[in-house]
Design a protein around this ligand. Structure first.
Ligand SMILES: [Zn+2]
Length: 176
């Protein structure tokens, strides 16, 4: 479970968990990893200071992805069922590896594009176009009319390479 805590320090993992589990996804997963044993939704809700229904929604979303599961036990006195939830590490690992591979492909594609073309963009972020298209537009943003500026390719390349290093780190943790 320590691996989960290390993974949750990575931006890319945080994005993924948030996308899958929603706003409280990261906190729920962290509490489960820190507990190190199956816990009830009430336990998680208590830690987070939110309603149990909020936690249940997150758990259901994770469950849909198979990255958490539960044990169901019936209290012989009250007849009530208790659900204790735990992280399915193998499935979490699988889902993250898929995610990381996909992100790597995207980043490599972007790097390749940056190597192959010159890009121009609106300072307000409306448009990003190749040199040819920028010429057709007379270097004016079609949305706001501001002059299009050459993209700082080197800076973007450095950022993408940094992203690749982060993805490689995640993979290393997943395989450890
Ligand atoms: Zn613009």
């Amino acid at each position: 479970m320590e691996a989960v805590l290390r993974l949750l320090e990575m931006d890319e993992v945080v994005d993924f968990v948030r996308r899958v589990g929603g706003e409280h996804g990261v906190d729920v997963l962290r509490i489960m990893a820190e507990a190190g044993e199956p816990v009830t939704d009430e336990y998680i809700a208590g830690f987070l200071g939110v309603k149990v229904t909020v936690v249940r929604t997150v758990l259901n979303r994770f469950h849909f992805w198979g990255i958490v599961d539960y044990h169901k036990e019936r209290d012989p006195d009250t007849g009530w069922y208790t659900y204790t939830w735990f992280i399915r590490m193998s499935r979490l690992r699988e889902a993250l590896l898929e995610e990381v591979s996909e992100r790597e492909r995207e980043v490599l594609e972007k790097l390749d594009e940056l190597e192959s073309y010159m890009f121009f963009e609106c300072p307000e972020g409306h448009e990003r176009v190749t040199f040819e298209v920028a010429m057709e537009l007379n270097f004016a943003c079609p949305v706001c009319g501001k002059p299009l500026k050459a993209v700082d390719v080197e800076k973007e390349k450095r950022e993408l390479q940094e992203k690749l290093r982060e993805l490689a780190k995640i993979k290393a943790i997943l395989r450890s």
